[in-house]
Design a protein around this ligand. Structure first.
Ligand code: ADP
Ligand code: MG
Length: 470
């Protein structure tokens, strides 16, 4: 007896047409252009998709609706099975030139999505504005960053599904740009069909402002409202920029409604941003907010080792230990110190000894003699003592409960480090050196009469110095 052949292809076509009528255009174009009918078996429809990521997403979202639709259409209890079928050509997306990527996209586009064919979803990697050097693989995870790293990775694997929007906040040089761009680069590599755009808040603002007199506002709106993944770095820049905030608010709503992924970074928690409209603030506070803290000693060591490895240079553990103990502000300073030593070693063809490292880093901006103390530590210790956040301490709030601890922290910074008032002002949220001078004079005046305050300051200074040694 001949084996019966099953062919559910026509039912599949019908199901696709119905889904198209039901789903938002963009959603349909993105996901259904990736699903291809492959085969039929008894009461079973086999569909293929180009990657595991798409399979996971499509299966979670559409498996049940599609099964019931097909069951209804065929009158049989249909089961759908998805398989991953990587396009044979250009199967390895990471290093693909843009040209071959669009070939691949054409190869997997189904006939049913003319709009996706007409408009290649991604023209080329240059469109994203991403720097390919920022990758998850080069990010060293420590207790200061593991939560942010994991959230970023989860987003990169499932954009628009969980943690949307996500805000990564933390001080300068702690890896915000590295993480947000890693998300973009990961998505570009693993799900290039998604249109990803990375932009700094400053670029976003400039682009918006320039679009107004040039009658390009529609173009601007289209650009940002038609992405699948929008990554905006340094949103603190938007403070006081009302019309840009207004525009971003609408962009946000439009993307949010269609489950597009948004990630932002900021140098402080949203609650501490000033001159931000309440409605945009509430948007940023939605979703997940994660912070990056300065790395501890072990993480600093791990980061230095990784950077040495990447640059194929050798530094003894003794030297790395010295750098890690001396530079405790942030990763950028850590990198700069290492770069300086590598340059020295390259130029003079000398191996870096501990003495050379000490000599070379003596003048480095982040170091102060043997007793190098980071202002961050001072800020943290003083803030904790007064029950406020380090951000508040560095921030602009002028209430008495914040002003006095801030002045005390500035006084301590002047007392126990060799930082100039200009440098201290910079570390305290970009203040002028005269503010620091004023703070120092004020606290000097206070401790003349206030015994309790003197004791407190001494205690804080001891704590700061011992935390530095530890
Ligand atoms: P931010 O945007 O927070 O100011 P960046 O992301 O620009 O900081 O980081 C500063 C430098 O330190 C970059 O060169 C970045 O690659 C590096 N960096 C930051 N955090 C890490 C980390 N955890 N592992 C490896 N490199 C890091
Ligand atoms: Mg940055």
């Amino acid at each position: 007896m001949p084996k019966p052949t099953w062919n559910y292809a026509p039912f599949w076509q019908e199901a696709v047409t119905r889904m198209q009528q039901e789903l938002p255009e963009q959603e349909y174009a993105i996901w259904f252009s990736r699903i291809q009918y492959t085969d039929s078996e008894e009461q079973k429809l086999i569909l293929s998709v180009p990657s595991q990521f798409i399979l996971d997403y499509v299966a979670e979202k559409y498996l049940h609706p599609l099964q019931s639709l097909l069951t209804e259409l065929t009158g049989e209890p249909i089961v759908i099975s998805f398989t991953v079928k990587t396009p044979a050509k250009n199967a390895k997306p990471p290093q693909e030139p843009p040209q071959s990527t669009s070939n691949k996209e054409k190869a997997t586009q189904s006939k049913t999505t003319p709009e996706a064919v007409q408009k290649p979803v991604r023209k080329g990697q240059q469109d994203t504005n991403l720097n390919p050097l920022y990758q998850f693989s080069s990010f060293v995870i420590g207790t200061n960053s593991d939560f942010a790293y994991n959230a970023a990775m989860a987003i990169a694997k499932n954009p628009g599904v969980s943690y949307n929007p996500c805000l990564i906040y933390g001080g300068v040089g702690l890896g915000k740009t590295h993480l947000i761009q890693s998300i973009g680069n990961y998505i570009q590599t693993h799900t290039p069909i998604l249109k990803t755009v990375y932009v700094t808040a400053e670029e976003f603002t400039n682009e918006f402002i320039q679009s107004i007199p040039n009658n390009k506002i529609t173009q601007f709106k289209n650009k940002y409202r038609k992405v699948d993944v929008l990554l905006i770095d340094d949103i603190h820049f938007l403070q006081g920029k009302e019309s840009t905030q207004e525009e971003l608010f609408h962009t946000f709503n439009s993307l949010y409604e269609t489950n597009k992924q948004m990630v932002f970074t900021c140098d402080r928690p949203i609650s501490e941003l000033k001159e931000l409209t309440a409605r945009l603030r509430s948007r940023f506070e939605r979703g997940l907010n994660v912070d990056l803290q300065p790395p501890d000693y072990e993480t600093r060591m791990a980061i230095l080792k990784k950077k040495c490895e990447e640059q194929h240079c050798f530094m003894s553990d003794e030297v790395l230990d010295y750098i890690s103990k001396s530079v405790n502000t942030n990763v950028r300073d850590l990198e700069a110190s290492l770069t300086r030593l590598i340059a020295y070693s390259d130029l003079l063809k000398k191996e870096i000894t501990l003495d050379i490292a000490k000599e070379q880093l003596k003048y480095s901006f982040a170091l102060n003699k043997e007793q190098s103390l980071s202002i961050d530590v001072i800020i943290r210790v003083v803030a904790t003592h007064y029950g406020i956040s380090p951000y508040e301490l560095k921030g602009k709030k002028k209430t008495k409960s914040v002003v006095q601890p801030r002045q005390i922290a500035m006084y301590i910074a002047r007392d126990v480090t060799d930082f100039s008032t200009t440098e201290i002002g910079y570390e305290f949220g970009g203040r002028d050196h005269t503010t620091v001078m004023h703070a120092v004079q004020r606290v000097e005046g206070l401790i003349k009469t206030d015994k309790a305050l003197t004791t407190t300051i001494e205690k804080l200074e001891r704590e700061i110095i011992s935390s530095r040694k530890g």
